[in-house]
Design a protein around this ligand. Structure first.
Ligand SMILES: [Fe+2]
Length: 132
């Protein structure tokens, strides 16, 4: 079984967002697999930078959608996205400096963060979509 499995309960009632969340789930699985196989160095750097790039693109798309929805809690949501990017950049710095390899700590952090963020924060704007 995959480390993290996308479930229908994660759906935010927007096809584009669901697809992007599924890509993030796959990226976390890839990271977990690389970690399990003991891959460090350039492979770890590549996976983490891909994840950061994709997350930035996804957050921008999500923030645009929330603006279109006139979502009231958008500012708090943006704070959450920024906190994630800060943490991910920290991981990347540590990995690039060789002081850190892909670890269970990173894989677990990403898994917990994404599932919690989708189920709590993203579901708040999903409610607005469902009302329309
Ligand atoms: Fe979000």
């Amino acid at each position: 079984m995959a480390f993290l499995q996308w479930k229908t309960e994660y759906s935010v009632a927007n096809e584009q967002m669901d697809k992007q969340h599924q890509v993030l789930v796959e990226m976390i699985n890839k990271m977990h697999d690389a970690m399990k196989m003991g891959k460090g160095g350039s492979e770890a750097e590549k996976i983490v930078s891909e994840m950061i790039e994709y997350s930035a693109m996804h957050f921008a798309a999500e923030e645009k959608l929330m603006t279109q929805l006139n979502f009231k809690e958008i500012n708090q949501h943006i704070v959450e996205h920024k906190a994630f990017m800060t943490k991910a950049n920290e991981f990347q710095k540590q990995i690039n400096s060789g002081s850190f390899t892909l670890s269970m700590e990173i894989a677990n952090f990403l898994k917990d963060w994404l599932t919690n963020h989708i189920l709590v924060n993203d579901m708040a704007y999903a409610k607005v979509i469902k009302k329309q």
